[in-house]
Design a protein. Structure first.
Length: 337
């Protein structure tokens, strides 16, 4: 299998453990700077590195835009911090939206203005050049067409999702959509469709495909993509958290009234994307060992979802933990203590 440039980076550890920072209570830029300082970002972003920031602008649906997609405030803060506080070379904002055209999302969130202001380049991964690679021992994918910019150009990949639950397809989905799930957007739409329907997703209502209410096949597909396109820094936009309402208020699960968006003014960051997602799950009150794609990622040695094996810095987890509602068919992920 062709190794992405980002896979050549070795993530630092603290006493043998991956480091994850939790920061809150300041402006987005101040929090990114603090998070970067806590994880010593210069140990990964080296002078001259090409840094790619991958937000989650998956679709402009009826879900609340603030809370379901990466906030422009968090995106600008990350791009500014990389540009001003590291010695990175080129900075790229790249996305391959699913369900909407990428540039429509860029314009909706004024991303071109952010790029011009901070000297970044924009790339639509849906139309990027790609070259087929074999996925060795993949769970679902035997081959994959990775976008050239993320696979061959970027030295450092920052996955910048928002803190939220997912999916509104019952029973199935991935329960949460964080650092790893965000990488589905790196599958070029020109090969896999603009809803990414060309990727093996899930077998709805097939009991053999379900674990903790989640699709095993979809989980395997997410992990296969992440073994090809490696994440070097996971940074979760936890300015808000989106979770299910106390009760279903509309039959259409894409309606905003079925969700709650709460302000947290927080960020979670680290080099181990599985550890970052695990801390994000714990912040929402979920058990990361019951998130199927995190378990499969551990099997592939992409990281750890054992909170006891993570070195937390910054805020204490017990001080920021919330009680969030998963989709009803994902109730088994709730951490009962």
């Amino acid at each position: 299998m062709s190794v992405s440039r980002s896979a050549l980076k070795v993530a630092p550890r603290v006493e043998g453990k991956p480091c994850v920072s939790i920061v809150r209570g300041k402006s987005p830029y101040e929090m990114v700077r603090e998070a970067f300082a806590l994880i010593e970002v210069d140990r990964v972003i080296e002078p001259g590195d090409t840094v790619l920031v991958k937000p989650n602008f998956s679709a402009l649906w009826r879900l609340p835009l603030r809370g379901s997609l990466t906030s422009p405030e968090a995106l600008e803060a990350v791009v500014r911090a990389v540009r001003e506080d590291t010695e990175a070379g080129e900075v790229i904002i790249a996305e391959g939206s699913g369900g909407s055209q990428t540039w429509r999302c860029f314009f909706k969130f004024k991303v071109p203005e952010i790029a011009v202001k901070h000297g970044a380049r924009l790339v639509d991964l849906n139309w990027d050049e790609a070259q087929k690679v074999q996925v060795q021992n993949g769970y679902v994918l035997k081959e994959f067409w990775p976008a050239r910019t993320i696979h061959q150009v970027a030295d450092v990949v920052i996955s910048l999702p928002v803190l939220k639950i997912w999916d509104p397809f019952e029973p199935s989905g991935s329960a949460v959509s964080l650092t790893l799930k965000n990488m589905i957007g790196t599958a070029p739409g020109r090969f896999y469709g603009w809803s990414k329907s060309g990727l093996p997703h899930f077998k709805t209502n097939d009991p053999s495909d379900l674990m903790f209410g989640q699709s095993i096949q979809e989980a395997g597909m997410v992990v296969d993509i992440c073994t090809v396109n490696r994440v070097n820094i996971g940074l979760v936009d936890a300015l808000t958290v989106m979770h299910f309402a106390d009760e279903r208020k509309s039959e259409d699960l894409l309606d905003a009234e079925n969700y709650r968006v709460e302000e947290l003014n927080m960020l979670v960051a680290g080099y181990d994307p599985v550890a970052v997602d695990s801390v994000g799950c714990a912040v929402m009150g979920f058990n990361p060992k019951r998130i199927v794609h995190l378990n499969l990622a551990v099997e592939k040695r992409l990281g750890t979802n054992d909170l006891n094996e993570i070195a937390l810095v910054g805020e204490r987890l017990e001080d920021v933990r919330r009680t969030c509602n998963p989709m009803p068919w994902h109730s088994e992920i709730v951490d009962r203590g």
